[in-house]
Design a protein around this ligand. Structure first.
Ligand code: NAP
Ligand code: MG
Length: 505
């Protein structure tokens, strides 16, 4: 069992982190640290204060070319998927997990500084879940089996094997920088692929540190490569490249559409984990105390910067006022502050100035169109004025056609909407182009099963919210994506099935 006690001293920046930040941050290609060929760099900063953290290499098309060549060479040589046994691969992946765990304070500080989230949360959530993820898939490395097929031909043996897809470009967002990368890297590695990781421009640091751990673990060069840079340059070149067999993407629907268009020429495989506007439904018969706490964290956990955030809250009319009062009280107690603050807060800032502007834009528009804020609604000032802090915000008196009800905000903003009967709320819950997650709170078994069956979402939570596990598949219906990450399903994203026929008689 991993020890999740957060040591108080980790709010002081560790000497290792200071030293890491001060270094030149290059690209990791073919087991070597190289600057971008153009010499281009970009800045990454701390959203709690706006201060500069580091300058990082900005990969361009020619760097993507070099990374693809390196990954291709390693893959085509079989150094990873053929010359090592599956259990040797599994042991290396497990070793990586051990290294992640042993450097948990460093990785937690890097994600806290880069993303703004409280370091205690990064330490208790992001890093241990990442290590667990690698362990889960380390176990799969020697269990990816084919089948023998009873075909309808006399004297013929037919069997299948599952082979790696090849070189995988993995493009990830900034909300859980290390964890989102781990979700993709771990199954891709277990299946024998070579990887080029493109972290988000806001949070490149933990990906670079992870590359060091790959080196330390002793992975063959070229198995894991990191290209820091921008989506429109590095990301786009990766997507278009004919030497890349597969793109695994987590991010916005807008970028997903661009990726599908830009991958059309090479017809590469693409899997997508996108956004949501997840409905969270509280029935009058629920354990309301539990539901109030659950619904509060369903939206405000990670500052609403989770793809599964419970941003449309439907409350049965007879308990609407009671639930809202409870949520407003719980929300008033949420401590918002610096990610590395001595007094660890519950929430940090949102990730960037752009995100601040987007979220405040939604809030202003909501207020302007007649919605009422029960609590929150403002950018935070005082000692937080230099960071991108927003008060956790609850809206009521909203109309279904308002943008704050329909569109993903990806910030700490929830719309609470009363409902009268089950059919009405089921219709409203499903009336969205998204289908990532949904949840309900009830003590009624029939309602729980009926809604679990009828909610159009890849994950349904009943009397809980936000649970994920490396072993349980995760992904979206409708415009929330293609494919399932986690669980044995993720292996389908990173393997090809080959059918082999042999005449034996
Ligand atoms: P984003 O703009 O879609 O960016 C995601 C990643 O794609 C980043 O690494 C980005 O690079 C890259 N990218 C941007 N343009 C690209 C292009 N033309 N070609 C290839 N790659 C490109 O999303 P975000 O703003 O970082 O993250 C927030 C969104 O992600 C939200 O909508 C949220 O719902 C979604 N999300 C979904 C999940 C899930 O599991 N389903 C999880 C987390 C977030 P840059 O950093 O340079 O832009
Ligand atoms: Mg940053």
């Amino acid at each position: 069992m991993i020890d999740l006690t957060f040591p108080e001293q980790y709010v002081d920046i560790l000497p290792e982190v200071r030293a890491f930040l001060a270094e030149e941050h290059r690209l990791y290609i073919g087991g070597r640290w190289v600057p971008a060929l153009s010499g281009a760099t970009f800045e990454t900063s701390d959203p709690s204060s706006g201060r500069l953290l580091a300058r990082v290499s900005s990969a361009q098309a020619e760097d993507v070319e070099a990374a693809v060549q390196a990954a291709r060479q390693t893959f085509d040589s079989g150094a990873w998927h053929l010359k090592l046994t599956p259990s040797e691969r599994g042991r290396l992946i497990w070793k990586l997990a051990d290294l992640i765990e042993s450097r948990a304070p460093i990785l937690a500080q890097l994600d806290a500084l880069d993303n703004g989230k409280p370091v205690s949360k990064a330490f208790k959530v992001d890093v241990p879940l990442s290590a667990e993820h690698f362990r889960y898939y380390a176990g799969w490395a020697n269990k990816i089996e084919g089948a023998t097929i009873p075909v309808n031909t006399v004297g013929m043996l037919n069997y299948t094997v599952r082979e790696p897809v090849g070189v995988c470009g993995l493009i990830v967002p900034w909300n859980y920088p290390l964890l989102m990368a781990a979700w993709k890297i771990a199954p891709a590695l277990a299946a024998g692929n070579c990887i080029i990781l493109k972290p988000a421009e806001q949070t490149p640091l933990s990906a670079l540190y992870l590359a060091r751990l790959f080196e330390e673990a002793g992975f063959p060069p070229g198995v894991f490569n990191v290209l820091t840079g921008f989506g429109e340059t590095a990301g786009a070149a990766l997507v278009a490249h004919h030497g890349v067999n597969k793109i695994g993407f987590t991010g916005s629907a807008t970028v997903a559409r661009t990726i599908l268009r830009n991958s059309a020429e090479s017809l590469k495989r693409v899997s997508l984990e996108l956004g949501g506007k997840s409905p969270n439904i509280i029935f009058a018969d629920a354990n309301l105390e539990q539901a109030v706490v659950g619904a509060t964290w369903a939206i405000f956990g990670n500052n609403g910067q989770s793809c599964t955030t419970g941003s449309r809250l439907y409350i049965q009319r007879s308990v609407f006022d009671r639930v809202l009062t409870g949520m407003a009280e719980a929300t008033a107690r949420i401590r918002v502050g610096m990610g590395m603050g001595q007094q660890q807060p519950d929430l940090g800032p949102v990730v960037s100035a752009e995100q601040l502007q987007t979220v405040m834009g939604f809030i202003d528009e909501g207020q302007g169109s007649g919605a009422r804020t029960v609590i929150g609604g403002r950018r935070m000032g005082g000692e937080l004025a230099n960071g991108y802090f927003i008060e956790p915000t609850i809206f009521v008196d909203v109309q279904e056609q308002m943008r704050i009800v329909r569109e993903e905000i990806f910030g700490p903003v929830v719309c609470a909407i009363p409902f009268d009967d089950a059919d009405q709320v089921l219709r409203a819950a499903n009336e969205t182009p998204y289908g990532l997650a949904a949840g309900l709170w009830t003590r009624d078994l029939q309602t729980a099963h009926r809604f679990a069956a009828r909610l159009q979402a890849g994950t349904v939570w009943v009397n809980t919210w936000g649970d994920t596990d490396a072993a349980s598949p995760f992904g979206g219906y409708k415009q929330s994506g293609h494919g399932r990450e986690m669980g044995k399903e993720a292996l389908d994203l990173y393997t090809e099935v080959k059918s082999i026929w042999i005449r034996v008689d």
